[in-house]
Design a protein around this ligand. Sequence first.
Ligand code: 5RP
Length: 235
Amino acid sequence: MSENQIAMKEAAGRAAVDALVKSGMKIGLGTGSTAVFATRRVGELLAQGVLRDISAFPTSFQTEIECENLGIPWYSLNSHKLSGSLDLTIDGADEVSPENFLTKGGGGALLIEKIAAYASASYAIAVDESKLAGALGLSFPVPVEIVNEARLTATKAIEKLGAAAKLREGIRKAGPVITDNGNLILDLTFSSPVKPDEVELLLNQIPGVVENGFFTRKRPVVFIARRDGTVEVRS
Ligand code: 5RP
């Protein structure tokens, strides 16, 4: 990743926090190399006393560790503190369509990320401009989290929907990636444009599918960092 792209991710993550996070909020904190800058900004503002009384819900082991290291108070979504709802979630994305539909899960955290997104009153996505796409699912793969026993049956059902499915392999780990929830991931590439809002529902009807990486039911405000150093806000 180039220095410039890292700088764009940081600018987008910080801009989302600065614009939207207020003291007293219950916030979902996303996963990945952009969302981590949002988490760090929250930690920084808490340490400075600019923000107070933040209750965070981390969407992955990665983010939980980051919260712990930064001293950001974090809780289960089932805790009395959060009681199953959030004021705001800030996350990254792999692709953003012109209508702000998303592909997420490049980091394998799609299941908990979607639970957070759909439990949030407000939803914000921070991206650099390389994530903008005309259509979803054609170049960046759409992940589908499945239970192990459905590896072949889900693959066949997915192929009938017009996508090629590839089991995600681990790096520095033999065999498949195991998610934070103990499941496997199939990465889907579609051969022609699809309607993400329809396919999001269809994929979840396949037995053994736990969740998929199309996010269409909670329309986010998108913070897009541009190469020239500006951050555009698109609703
Ligand atoms: C993780 C995600 C990430 O938000 C997505 O992959 C974008 O990551 P990055 O900001 O590192 O490009 O969905 O499951």
